[in-house]
Design a protein around this ligand. Structure first.
Ligand code: C2E
Ligand code: CA
Ligand code: CA
Ligand code: CA
Length: 278
C-alpha cells in the first residue's frame, strides 16, 4: 500500500489538471500523514513588548512530505477538516506541543506558555476536554502553561454545549485566546459569555500601522476593549520596529512576528530568548 501511495503521488506531481483527482490523491496521502510521522511543529515566540522577554510560543503545524517538502497548514488543514481527520491531527499537535514545553522545562529553558490552534471541528467534539486533560497529564504540565487559540467564528453563537466544554477546559487551568480578532462578525456578545484570557489582534490591522490611520484606530480600539474586559492583547504579524513601538505606546501586551522570529523547528531555536529594545 505504501508503494502504491508513492506512485499515486508522482501522478499528482506530474502536472495534473484534474482538480478532483488531485484532491482524491491528496486526501489519501494526507490520511496517513500522522501515522507516518510526517507532521512537524514550528514554534514562534511571543514577546512582552514592555520588557522584551519571551512569554511563550505558538505551535504551528507543517506537513513534511517526502516529495512535496514542507506543506503549510493553509494547504492541508481545511482539507483535513473536510475529510474528518482533523481530530487525529489536532490530537497529535496538542500532545506534541505539550511534550515540547515539558522538554524545555527539563532542559532548564524557562518558557512560560505554549499556544495551540484549535479547529472548529475539535470544539464540537465531545472528547476535547478529556484530550486536553490527558495531554497535560502525560506531559506533566501544571496550570497556565497551555493556551488554546480559537477564532471568533468558532465562538459566534456558541452553543451551550460548546460553552460548557470551554468552561471545563478553562477549569483545567488552560488559557483561552481569540485568534484573528477583528476579522469575524461584529457581534461581540461572546466576549462576556466565555472565560477568555487574551485577544490576538489580526495581522491585517498590524500590517499598515504607520501608513493607515484607520488600522491604527482599530488597533487602539481593540486594545481599549480588551483592557476594559480585563484581557491581554497579542499583536500578530509584527514585522517592523516602528509597529512594535506603536503597539507598546498604545498598551498592547505581547507581540509575535517576523521582527522577532519566524516560526522555527525546536532544534533551530536558541535559548535564552529575549528581545531588548535599543
Ligand atoms: P494563525 O493561527 O493566524 O497563525 C499565524 C500565521 O501567520 C502563521 O502562518 C505564521 O507563520 C504567520 N506569521 C507569523 N508572523 C508573521 C509575520 O510577521 N508576517 C506574516 N506575514 N506572517 C506571519 P502559518 O504557520 O502558515 O499558519 C497559517 C494558519 O494555519 C494559522 O493561522 C492557523 O489558523 C492554521 N494552523 C496552524 N497550525 C495549526 C494547527 O496545529 N491546528 C489548526 N487547527 N490550525 C493550524
Ligand atoms: Ca493562531
Ligand atoms: Ca492569527
Ligand atoms: Ca489596511
Amino acid at each position: 500500500a505504501k508503494q502504491r501511495g508513492r506512485n499515486n503521488f508522482q501522478f499528482f506531481t506530474q502536472a495534473l489538471t484534474d482538480g478532483a483527482f488531485e484532491r482524491l490523491v491528496m486526501e489519501n496521502v494526507l490520511r496517513g500523514a500522522v501515522g507516518r510521522g510526517e507532521l512537524v511543529l514550528h514554534y514562534q515566540p511571543q514577546i512582552a513588548l514592555a520588557s522584551g522577554r519571551l512569554m511563550g510560543f505558538e505551535a504551528l503545524v507543517r506537513w513534511n512530505h517526502p516529495e512535496l517538502g514542507l506543506v503549510p497548514p493553509g494547504r492541508f488543514i481545511p482539507l483535513a477538516e473536510e475529510i474528518g481527520i482533523i481530530g487525529d491531527i489536532g490530537a497529535w499537535v496538542l500532545r506534541a506541543a505539550c511534550r515540547q514545553l515539558a522538554d524545555w522545562d527539563a532542559q532548564g529553558f524557562a518558557v512560560p506558555r505554549m499556544g495551540v490552534n484549535l479547529s472548529v471541528k475539535q470544539i464540537d467534539d465531545a472528547g476535547l476536554t478529556e484530550l486536553v486533560a490527558s495531554a497535560l497529564r502525560e506531559a506533566g504540565l501544571g496550570e497556565h502553561r497551555l493556551e488554546l487559540e480559537v477564532t471568533e467564528s468558532m465562538l459566534m453563537g456558541v452553543p451551550e454545549t460548546n460553552r460548557a466544554a470551554l468552561n471545563a477546559i478553562k477549569s483545567l487551568g488552560v488559557e483561552l485566546a481569540v485568534d484573528d480578532f477583528g476579522t469575524g462578525y461584529s457581534n461581540l456578545a461572546y466576549l462576556k459569555l466565555l472565560p477568555l484570557d487574551r485577544l490576538k489582534i489580526d495581522q491585517s490591522f498590524v500590517r499598515d500601522i504607520g501608513r493607515d490611520g484607520n488600522d491604527e484606530a482599530i488597533v487602539r480600539a481593540i486594545i481599549a476593549l480588551a483592557r476594559s474586559l480585563g484581557l491581554e492583547t497579542v499583536a500578530e504579524g509584527v514585522e517592523e520596529a516602528h509597529q512594535a513601538e506603536f503597539l507598546l505606546r498604545e498598551g498592547c501586551n505581547l507581540a509575535q512576528g517576523y521582527l522577532y522570529s519566524r516560526p522555527l523547528p525546536a532544534e533551530a531555536l536558541s535559548f535564552p530568548m529575549c528581545f531588548r529594545r535599543d
